[in-house]
Write a protein that binds this ligand. Sequence first.
Ligand code: 8GP
Length: 818
Amino acid sequence: SSQEDGSRMEKLRQLMDHYEPNDPESIQRSFARHLEYSLAITRFNFTMQDAYRAAGLVLRDRLLESLNDTNAYYREQDVKRGYYLSAEYLIGRHMQNAIANLDLEQSFKDAFEDLGMKLEDLFAEEADPALGNGGLGRLAACFLDSMATLSLPCWGYGIRYSYGMFKQGIKDGRQVEEPDFWIGDGCPFEIPRPDVTYPVRFYGKVEEAYENGKNISRWVGGEIVQAMAYDNPIPGFDTYNTNNLRLWRALPSQEFDLDAFSSAHFQDAITQRRKAEDLSAVLYPNDATYEGKELRLRQQYFFVSASLQDLLREFIKRPNYKWEDLPEKVAVQMNDTHPTIAVAEMMRLLVDVQQLQWDRAWELTRKCLNYTNHTVMPEALEKWPVEMMERMLPRHLQIIYQINGIWIQKLLQRYGDGPLIAALSIVEEGDVKKIRMGHLAIIGANKINGVAAIHTEIIKKETFPEYYKWCCDNGEQNKIVNMTNGVTPRRWIHCANPALSEIFTKYLGSQEWLTDMNKLKDMLAYKEDSKLHEEWMAMKRGCKEKLADWLKSKMNLEIDQDALIDIQIKRIHEYKRQLMNILFVIHRYMELKKKSPSERAAFQKRVVLIGGKAASAYVNAKIIIKLINNVAKVINEDPDTKQYLKCAFVPNYCVSAAQVMIPASDISEHISTAGTEASGTSNMKFVMNGGLIVGTMDGANIEIREECGHDTMFIFGCQEHEVAGISARAQEGHYPIDGRLQAVFDEIRSGKFAGQAEPEAQGEFESIINRLCNIRAAGTWDGDKQLVQQTKSRIPVDIFAHHSRTLCACVDLPAWLR
Ligand code: 8GP
């Protein structure tokens, strides 16, 4: 009865009438209890890993308090909720960030130092959850921190991969991929929710029926997988608000089919189980490309369906809900094309399950969904074979055809028949008929956004030009909008560089800058202040020391802390041009070698660090890693030059590596061919840590330059609007190769970095140089010497054919060398 309920609640309220206290002693008490009772480890004998786990549980208690209160508050206020749908979250370690955001830094420091432990040592015990590939996944993680900090009622939804991004080892200079079973020892921050599960169907067939005067479609049969929720509290900074990242794990729909035992199908039952679990087993390690693999589409549908079922359930739980309120209460952001099956799934849930009329459902769907594009690489826009979709998601294919049919009708009315219709159709005709997920997304979304000003213009002009024309012709120019990326200063300044955070807080008088970066402008008042200069240099030195220790312990590399630290860390890609960076290093090395010892002493000392993972099947990217390693070996061992120039490939680049590297940099390289890097976000992190950018007019570099002043960035290279012209002129052979660059090519060809000791590598190095020189002996790496002679002074034309991605050496590098 409600009376019994009332008295029980009152009793429970009295039993727990306070929040967990946060003074150091209470934290110690809570730590000891978790060691003893949660982990069943004696408090008199434990390892650092045990300590980390117990400390994680201390934090989790506090996170739960604010998560529960925040959820209760959202419900009470009946707020509009945002949902970020992303197949990737490159979340990084939780502990340090959570302590900072919960305002527990001092208490934790005091509590653990008193017990003889350093917080940094605890932090280092945490596995770095890498449930993402690169920029897009890290952006999702930064957004979660910022949305919580801004007290916005927004949750993230994704997949709880058992294996995250592979660990990168380097063996004989080459990348080796090792599995990352990050979840192995359990993550103290996550909350398994066995009570929050949803069925997700695959395969089967659609039955048409006539019920209650209506034609209805029923998706039946096939197989059902259960999606089980794991919640990851995301605390905001300087607010009581804590949001949630809900990740789905796949489980079989029935634990064991008991009949299987008796009917000797036990093996089948186990296979079924494994198949279900495979769904959330591993992250696809591709970046800016996609693989048309069935498992990938299964993963996408799996998490999208569970997430939409969950958010609609939350909507329906509101008292007196009305469907027309859905867009007032729900906004869904689709992070790239990966979750865009959401357009069809939302329609299925509204039409088939909730029995709404098609037109009404379509209006609601379009008002609730939004889509972000993250790359101009056309191969990243996913397309699924119709045949595959028909088998796996038969009802969704029907829905997509229906959406497309109505859309094509509209187009025909507006433009009549013609090539525009085929270009705008969701269905791509051809030998293999495909569903274009990018098209489904733009047609099903309220807003479409690019991630930097230049990128948004490219989306309009090049990625979806026909769609943009449609928008303009229909008075909807504002459908494609720009939303330049951002990063969280809590992780990227406050946690990564506590000394800098202290400086800002001291000079600005408060921590407000941590939630309003505009406040940093007030630092300008101190720009001539010698005291600040001193403190700033001490901060940089401290960061470099930390980096030096880290490099020494990770890879036994010694660096001179007086050298200029020059860093390029990001996924390895031809368009990002790590190749150009290493060609520059070779050039610098050759210049140094030419000098006398006294002339060398006048050279700026430099340490060039390059880090990043290559997709496992990306052959050229892997050759670039090998080249960097081989060049580094020669340079670092050369007694004439090693004092002045060092180079290293830093293995296993990840969020925690970035937190050590970024604060220590003097300059960082953001040198993609203009028009190819959608935004970049590490550029922002380096600048926030007082580094200077060497960069091209690409992505967010352009906007950072406007914000910070032109004199704070070393810009070089051609501009995006010049690329097409250069390409055309190059076809006619108007670009001779710069002599300095030619010398670098010759040095590589001479076998200096591989030679006879490593003929295979030598062949690979020559093959990528040949590609730059438009020599089509690619693959046959010993090449056709005559062809080399004829063409080596020509601009790399075939690269232009390949989206100008590596437009590199011949056009941009000489400008950079200046
Ligand atoms: C990245 C872009 O390359 C980068 O410029 C941008 O800053 C970042 O997204 C965030 O917007 N794109 C991807 O990470 C990407 O396309 N990932 C592939 C897995 C599809």
